[in-house]
Design a protein around this ligand. Sequence first.
Ligand code: GSH
Length: 219
Amino acid sequence: MSLQLVIGSKNYSSWSLRAWMLLNHFEIPFREISIKLFTDNYKKELARYSPSLKVPVLIDEELTVWESLAICEYLNEQYLDNRALPVGREARALCRSFCSEMHAGFMALRSELPMNCRARKQVSFSAAVEQDIRRIDALWTQARRRFVDRGDYLFGKFSLADCMYAPVVMRFYSYGAELGPEADDYFQFMLEDPSLMRWRQAAAAEEQVLSDFEVGEAR
Ligand SMILES: N[C@@H](CCC(=O)N[C@@H](CS)C(=O)NCC(=O)O)C(=O)O
């Protein structure tokens, strides 16, 4: 099989989920190579595949692509004939803005609420986390209002934006978040998404527990 995707744990590796979800949703055949992160010699194993010593990494024969957004863009261009971006110049530009904002931002949300697919926890949110949640709520509401007639994903049809925000869906599932009606509809819809459900089922079966990523109290 020519395509290989190197990922971390399904329970914790939010960046891995993005690229995996795109491949999985569009049923692009690939071989999955899973590395247990934060074990004694995981860096050595990562070094076999990843120039950045991070996952995900996509290997397409002689080509190595790292960084989740670059992988998603590459797959969209090379394997999907651009089907993972919405139709229309404005919609595509907006979708790319959504993806980049996620890729580069929401630091408080990412650091204080680690993705932990198995968890249902209670956490008191910092002001910075609240601000990130409000911004994501606004983004999701904006996209759903504008593209509701095209379908139920952010931009109607499934796009790179749904991959980029899937780990946020899991964080909201684990720690709760108050969302406006359109954003909440999207959140509920994504919880039933078949590829996200496959990821969550596999995450539930994993045994590795990383205490640094276990936050909050039982609810
Ligand atoms: N910006 C990178 C982030 C990749 C990243 O931080 N991956 C984490 C796992 S979710 C990782 O490989 N961590 C290993 C380490 O930091 O040693 C991307 O988009 O792929």
